[in-house]
Design a protein around this ligand. Structure first.
Ligand code: HEC
Length: 208
């Protein structure tokens, strides 16, 4: 009986040492590196981004390339700006575009419009572009009163994000170009909103 007790206590003591040795210090932190028996892939040659590289970096000594010019940080003021979203802080569309309208902007808008909008909406915005001959149905007419009265921001938003059947064009037109196209859409609308009295007398006399 005594012999059994001695064996039992010895075994118990060894078991306690083993359990504490393996699991006892779990969770305690240490600044010393852990013992590594199989280091697996813990250690790999690497370069930290945007630092100088002593080896294998780029020719100018940098460890990585800088972001392309014009890169916008997430959460930046630009991201939420009226210029970028076409919306005010309260989420409603802006009435007037936040960029100065001049001849250069309208000319740029005309060029982009011819490439990206005219195939469906038609060169004059009548909703009769070439695609309508191939089954593209219900293309909006820019001369509808609803779209004339629409805020600039809502048209901008349709270009950036699409609407119903129309796919977005935000990947093809950057914010400045979207506003340029909005300016040109406005020019197309204005071209039919003129009054007879606005025609210079000399020209009006020649009209039939
Ligand atoms: C592939 C054909 C297609 C192209 C290209 C296209 N649109 Fe559209 N667009 C449509 C269709 C279809 C609708 C009608 C969407 C609906 O209400 O279902 C529409 C609707 C609109 C509307 C009215 C949205 C509303 O609030 O009712 C505007 C504004 C507009 N497009 C502007 C543009 C501009 C600007 C471009 C060029 C950047 C463009 N679209 C390019 C097919 C096109």
């Amino acid at each position: 009986m005594r012999k059994f007790l001695a064996y039992f206590l010895t075994f118990w003591a060894l078991a306690v040492v083993a359990v504490v040795g393996v699991a006892g210090l779990r969770g305690s932190t240490s600044r010393k590196p852990p013992l590594e028996f199989f280091s697996d892939m813990d250690h790999q040659p690497k370069l930290r981004p945007q630092t100088t590289a002593k080896f294998a970096g780029f020719a100018d000594g940098m460890s990585s390339r800088l972001p392309v010019p014009g890169t916008v940080a997430r959460g930046s003021a630009f991201e939420a700006s009226e210029f970028n979203t076409g919306k005010k802080a309260d989420g409603s569309f802006v009435d007037a575009m936040p960029v100065p309208v001049n001849a250069a902007l309208v000319a740029r808008g005309r060029e982009r419009f011819a490439i990206y909008c005219a195939p469906c909406h038609g060169a004059a915005g009548d909703g009769n572009g070439v695609t309508t001959k191939f089954g593209m149905a219900a293309v909006a007419k820019f001369h509808d009163e609803r779209i004339i009265k629409m805020g600039d921001g809502e048209i901008y938003n349709t270009i950036a994000n699409g609407k119903n059947l129309m796919l977005p064009y935000g990947d093809k037109l950057d914010p400045q170009d979207r506003w340029a196209v909005v300016a040109y859409v406005r020019a197309l609308q204005l071209s039919r909103l003129g009054k007879k009295e606005e025609i210079p007398d000399a020209v009006r006399a020649t009209l039939k």
